[in-house]
Design a protein around this ligand. Structure first.
Ligand SMILES: [Zn+2]
Length: 293
């Protein structure tokens, strides 16, 4: 499932062809994705100018001239592709990666910029929904989300407050979207490794008795910032279905320090440990038991 860096990569790919452009026509080629499309979905999009394209956690939000907001989620396998007119007429040049057959092109926006924006989603766990701008704070998908990990409000003090007294593991706490929004399995494993903290450590140990941040909390916030920023710069990680809107692969997977490296030597300077894997909350955790405490 795409995590924050992958969704941010998609946002940056769509921004130049969406922002300031009008959705001349929109096509929903089937009745549903994960949820049915609203009956007036196409009508509320057509003729609208996209004022801005933002992101909240793993959701993309397109602000429309009408005051509506188009909420978009990639699900497990959703991807956007930008097709420019000069690319379309050259047969053979544009080929679909495996699993991106055009039969799964479910939504198309024909933009006044000349570009077509195509949403492809073989497994159809993604969704699109139009909401009024005033309804955003009540929107069920958004209302319980915690702070953005790269936003100004997310710091060691805030993380410590969210984790104080928590009897869950640090790994589980970081995956909890109410504690911090947009992190998934890959980047939580990577951040914990870089902070030298065990995924099994109690979340409560990020706070002192008075609820103030410990050094662990400070180290962890720094590691989260570093790993997310590096991943965004690399265009995300191309595992399973993630591609940039140009069809290019992200390459952060080559920078994984622990994720998917079971049995390989630890990359911490001077550590002679070996990366281990175990299943935690139903997902694989990768870590070095020697230098993550
Ligand atoms: Zn190690």
């Amino acid at each position: 499932m795409p995590e924050l860096p992958e969704v941010e990569t998609v946002r940056r790919g769509l921004q130049p062809v969406m922002e300031g452009a009008k959705i001349v026509t929109a096509e929903a080629r089937r009745g549903d994705l994960r949820f049915p499309f609203q009956p007036d979905f196409v009508k509320r999009l057509q003729g609208q100018t996209v004022k801005g394209l933002g992101r909240r956690a793993k959701y993309l939000l397109a602000d429309l001239g009408s005051g509506d907001v188009l909420l978009m989620h990639l699900g497990m396998s959703g991807s956007f592709r930008v097709v420019k007119p000069d690319h379309e007429e050259r047969p053979g040049e544009f080929h679909y990666p495996r699993g991106k057959d055009s039969v799964h092109d479910h939504v198309v926006f024909h933009m006044s910029s000349g570009a077509d924006i195509v949403f492809n989603d073989p497994r159809r766990f993604g969704f699109m929904k139009i909401i009024g701008r005033g309804e955003i704070e009540h929107e069920p998908h958004l209302k319980d989300l915690g702070p953005e990990p790269l936003g100004n409000e997310f710091d060691a003090a805030m993380l410590a407050r969210a984790c104080a007294g928590k009897k869950t593991s640090l790994k589980a706490a970081l995956l909890d979207q109410r504690v911090v929004a947009g992190l998934g399995n890959i980047y939580v494993c990577e951040a914990l490794f870089r902070a030298h903290l065990s995924p099994r450590r109690l979340a409560a140990t990020l706070a002192t008795r008075k609820g103030e941040p410990t050094d662990h909390a400070k180290r962890l916030v720094e590691a989260i910032h570093t790993v997310l920023n590096e991943a965004i710069r690399a265009g995300g990680s191309s595992l399973r279905d993630h591609r940039q809107t140009t069809g290019e692969l992200g390459y952060f997977q080559h920078s994984f320090q622990v994720y998917d490296r079971e049995g390989e030597p630890c990359r911490t300077d001077g550590c002679e440990g070996v990366v281990k894997r175990f299943v935690q909350n139903g997902r694989s955790t990768f870590w070095c038991p020697k230098c993550q405490r």
